[in-house]
Design a protein around this ligand. Sequence first.
Ligand SMILES: C[S@@+](CC[C@H](N)C(=O)[O-])C[C@H]1O[C@@H](n2cnc3c(N)ncnc32)[C@H](O)[C@@H]1O
Length: 423
Amino acid sequence: MRFDTLETQNGELKTTFPMTSENEAAVSAAVAKLYDTYPFPPEPLIDEPPPGYNWRWHWPSAYNFCTGRAPSSNAVSILDAGCGSGVGTEYLVHLNPEAQVTGIDLSAGTLDVARERCQRSGADRATFHQLSIYDVEQLEGQFDLINCVGVLHHMPDPIKGIQALATKLAPGGLLHIFVYAALGRWEISLMQQAIAMLQGERQGDYRDGVHIGRQLFNALPETNRIVKRDKERWALENHQDECFADMYVHPQEVDYTIDTLFELIDASGLDFVGFSNPRYWDLNRLVGESDDVMERAQNLSDRQRYRLIELLDPELTHYEFFLSRPPLPQFDWSNDESVLTAVPSRHACMSGWPAKSFFDYDYQLATVTEAEYDFLSRCAEPGETEAQTVAALIADTEFTLDQVRSLQRRQLTVLSPMLPSHS
Ligand SMILES: C[S@@+](CC[C@H](N)C(=O)[O-])C[C@H]1O[C@@H](n2cnc3c(N)ncnc32)[C@H](O)[C@@H]1O
């Protein structure tokens, strides 16, 4: 018999009832009913490709972020596990023109929206199945990229869920996960419990939950901490009932801390590559002013350092990260010869290019020098096949290999190594 142990907000451990397959099925049915009632996310359906990009859904960018180099092929197979109303799936199709994309979800109602969304915007390389992540082995083959955003924390047994996904990840493949963090969702968790108490036997009636939840928010004083947090952080989204229900009336949610997150990751049997929002995880950002603190922190393991960061900056509402199935080669480009023989292309996720100031892959303002601008202008366009090596591009210029490396580190240039098999 297995007991589930969760860490509560104040750091205490609490043991919950063991999950049996019957109550697992009941919880999954309740989750499907929520999303049949309120398909999520409720983004409008449009008749053209969605605007902008999210580099995590662009295979070459995700691969470059995780390995330091361009992938050897873009004709990959992608799974959107728990695809919801297809917002991410639609991007996965449009951003990866050579990929085959599969979306699965528990909720038939939500899948109807996903199908219509993709059909209307011309994302015709997506196929959808009403299938639980627990049953993902029923899909054929393995996937190079699995995207699982906002799903595992709604499963009654997230460990079983991540293990099922791990079996479908191809060697060298990437699994991108987003799950909730407890620290920044404390007020949400309190409100969820309050609404559940007031619903009593009506729990599972999600429209009633939204109705009473909204009454509760209206009744509480403006100075109330839960109300203030909702206004500051969530109000823009939560005027839509789908978002309010997803946040406050959910039948199943597990919130993680760094310790429980790494229990989940370790159980997957995959390698942790890194967080896909690395700026948050930079301790320097918080305490870089103090040499003493930074020096002490050098003695910490990576996981201890992550824990220190979340303790010091408890605004954190989610974790997002990549796992990989080895072998996943890492390139550091320290060898001059490999940089010289590499083929550089401009990063595909740049908004405002061509200009010396633009938004980078992560929508951060980037400014390049005249010489960098010139180099970037002469790099191959993303996806271009006939392209010149770094050596050819910098011949007769003062541009140095370190400047090329700097563009590569800032993810403005993507380098393809010139290997015998180009793999
Ligand atoms: C919060 S939504 C996220 C949707 C989408 N991934 C996104 O981020 O836009 C969670 C989705 O996971 C689905 N889901 C929950 N448990 C699942 C399971 N065991 N297998 C497949 N889908 C599941 C729900 O039906 C719902 O559509």
